[in-house]
Design a protein around this ligand. Structure first.
Ligand SMILES: Cc1cc2nc3c(=O)[nH]c(=O)nc-3n(C[C@H](O)[C@H](O)[C@H](O)COP(=O)(O)O)c2cc1C
Length: 253
């Protein structure tokens, strides 16, 4: 089994890695922005994983699905989404699109992980709480793999009830946030030292270093990698103030 994933703060990458290890799968596991993602699509059975955004698919993932529409026909796809609180039909959104292109959806797994939005105070949790969340998430993956090995794939987020929950719980009100890339990345030039970590890590190459400062454009998929890894806390996106820089590595320590 191969895997392709988008992961801003590392949560989704962790879940995919753990699931593949537990399954004993030794296929390709590739970030969606890497050249290896194309190779991973050559497999018959593929995991597609991403963080839920406003009970929807991150635009980069939608773009990836659409731009490979010839590839999905006949493939068996298992969908994984990670979330801070509520996904609704986080997996279902991709499932419907992939089915349109002829894929067979084998199942879906929706896993609660620490929230990745560093510039929104309302969503912050304590370090102990985040560690506990990761522990529970890991247990859920182990349980899911146990039943997958018996041929019973979890079907989370794929039902009609989940569809309604995602639609009315969030998507209807925030639909415009995920219909395209955004130009809303804000980089404080007084704090930026031009180290290039943001530019190097951005999955859409939306950030460049010009005259020693990071400058963003209009192709942000809101993964928060630049915000959360900036060593000078110079970047914000949805909020104006940075409260913390959550990453899987920090939360799991
Ligand atoms: C722009 C944005 C929107 C998000 N929307 C949701 C949401 O609707 N529901 C939810 O439970 N979590 C939401 N989250 C939280 C992430 O889905 C969650 O923290 C995820 O595990 C991050 O995974 P990653 O580290 O692999 O990027 C959102 C995060 C971002 C950055």
């Amino acid at each position: 089994m191969n895997a392709v994933y988008l992961s801003g703060s590392g949560n989704t990458k962790h879940i995919v890695t753990l699931l593949l290890n537990e399954l004993g799968a030794d296929g390709i596991s590739a970030p969606i922005e890497s050249g290896d993602a194309e190779k991973a699509l050559e497999g018959e059975e593929i995991i597609l994983a991403y963080p839920t955004m406003f009970s929807n698919i991150p635009y980069l993932v939608r773009d990836f699905i659409n731009s490979h529409q010839e590839t999905w026909k006949g493939k068996k796809i298992f969908l994984i989404t990670t979330m801070g609180l509520f996904a609704g039909d986080g997996t279902g959104c991709a499932a419907r699109l992939l089915k349109k292109y002829g894929a067979e959806i084998t199942g879906g797994l929706q896993i609660v992980m620490p929230d990745s939005i560093g510039d929104c105070k309302a969503l912050k949790k304590s370090k102990e709480n985040n560690k506990e969340i990761i522990k529970k998430a890991d247990q859920r993956v182990v349980e899911a793999v146990k039943s997958m090995k018996e041929g019973k794939y979890p079907q989370e987020g794929l039902s009609f009830a989940a569809h309604l929950a995602g639609l009315f719980g969030q998507r209807l009100w925030f639909y415009n946030k995920t219909t395209g890339y955004t130009d809303k990345v804000k980089i404080n030039p007084d704090k930026c030292v031009g180290c290039g970590i943001c530019a190097k890590n951005c999955p859409t190459q939306n950030i460049k270093i010009e005259d020693g400062k990071a400058v963003s454009s209009d192709k942000c998929t809101m993964c928060y990698r630049c915000v959360n890894y900036c060593p000078k806390q110079a970047i914000t996106l949805l909020g104006k103030t940075l409260y913390e820089q959550p990453t899987y590595d920090k939360n799991s320590m």
